[in-house]
Design a protein around this ligand. Structure first.
Ligand SMILES: NC(=O)c1ccc[n+]([C@@H]2O[C@H](COP(=O)([O-])OP(=O)(O)OC[C@H]3O[C@@H](n4cnc5c(N)ncnc54)[C@H](OP(=O)(O)O)[C@@H]3O)[C@@H](O)[C@H]2O)c1
Length: 347
């Protein structure tokens, strides 16, 4: 089968189309004929061995997100799991994290990192490390769910407990950010979106953002966002900040959040060193919550909520399988709004 993999050495130049034997579903496993895959920021770091010390030895099949059609069911798959030929299922990023709080074991097998990823014609997994997707989504839309969608869901729902009337601040207009905007609206919360581009902010407003701000024009945005949140909810700041910048944004997030509010620490796009006024965390009892994707149970809950309101992920662009490098270059350019995807097999 065709795969897109890093082979020979850890550089972007060693990202190549390759061939692997077609995998077969063993006992307790299912095989997915992959239809589409989606890119995440981390896929820019993977070819440089930039995603932790436990990365699989080369060759490594790229990407952590994708969707496929069940085309083989191995012996011993329990009927109660509801798997049937022809259904569309997504493999979970963390293979084996079925539910509950994360631990080292549950976080040890990440697709496209500690184990081969989704940029392949077939993928074998087990039904408790994968889950069915809502019927209303296209293949490409469904491929966006396991990382960006699930991370935003876990941050706002499972860990964040966001309530109607809360104010959620979202940094940027990439994959995680736009899911967070859409989920905030689904939950009946207000959303404030920050972007480097006025054009993208206008699109975010069309998606339901209640307030927007250009973080390049106003780098010290914390107090302005706090005032926006006060106008929206009457509270003393934002209830929740989806923190994607890291070093470059943490201080402003701490100035924007209300006393007792939450910062979901998800990304480090603007640096990974802690350089922020920690006194604000203590004196205003701010909760700093690290988020690392989510479990299969979270995924099932997210899909059911999306199906109920027919929510669709925002897809920026779709590249052919062979053009993965062009797709990565587009992601790196930062011109995208929402998800950059790859088609694998036409549905
Ligand atoms: N913890 C987890 O489980 C998890 C899961 C998924 C992603 N992440 C992390 O979350 C971050 C976003 O991932 P993604 O896949 O959604 O990325 P993405 O789709 O590439 O989105 C990046 C967007 O973020 C905005 N941005 C870039 N630099 C920024 C900065 N310094 N401060 C604020 N915003 C900035 C830009 O939006 P504008 O163009 O609108 O300015 C950019 O388009 C990455 O750090 C990624 O590693 C973590």
């Amino acid at each position: 089968m065709k795969v897109f993999q890093v082979e020979g050495a850890w550089t972007h130049d060693h990202l190549r189309l390759g061939q692997r034997p077609q995998p077969q579903a063993g006992a307790g496993q299912i095989r997915l004929a992959m239809r589409a895959a989606a890119l995440n920021y981390r896929d820019l770091l993977v070819p440089l061995k930039g995603y932790g010390s436990r990365m699989q030895d080369l060759p490594l099949v790229m990407l952590s997100d994708g969707v496929g059609v069940v085309d083989q069911i191995g012996p011993g798959v329990a009927p109660g799991l509801g798997v049937a030929q022809g259904q569309r299922w997504c493999p979970m990023l963390f293979q084996g994290w079925q539910g509950g709080a994360p631990d080292a074991q549950k976080l040890s097998r990440g697709l496209g990192c500690e184990t081969d990823g989704t940029c392949a014609e077939w993928l074998v997994t087990d039904p408790l490390s994968a889950a069915p997707v809502p019927d209303h989504l296209t293949d490409v839309e469904a491929a966006c769910l396991p990382t960006a969608g699930l991370t935003a869901w876990r941050a706002l729902v499972t860990d964040g407990n966001v309530r109607p009337g809360d104010v959620v601040v979202v940094q940027g207009t990439g994959g995680v950010a736009l899911f967070a905007l859409q989920f905030a609206k689904l939950l009946g919360a207000y959303a404030i979106v920050l972007s480097s581009s006025d054009e993208k902010l206008a699109k975010a407003q069309a998606l339901g953002a209640d307030e927007v701000l250009n973080y390049v024009k106003e780098p010290a945005w914390g107090r302005t966002v706090k005032a926006m949140a006060q106008r929206l909810s009457g509270r003393d700041g934002a209830d929740h900040v989806v923190e994607l910048g890291g070093t470059s944004t943490l201080e402003q997030s701490l100035r924007a959040v209300r006393a007792g509010g939450t910062l979901s620490l998800i990304g480090v796009l603007g640096g990974a060193k802690l350089d922020a006024p920690l006194g604000l965390v203590v004196t205003r009892a701010v909760r700093l919550q690290g988020v690392t994707v989510g479990s299969r149970d979270d995924f099932v809950a997210m899909c059911s909520a999306m199906a109920r309101v027919q929510m669709r992920p925002v897809v920026d662009s779709v590249y052919p399988f062979e053009a993965l490098k062009d797709a990565l270059a587009h992601l790196k350019s930062g011109k995208h709004f929402g998800k950059v995807c790859v088609g694998i097999q036409p549905g």
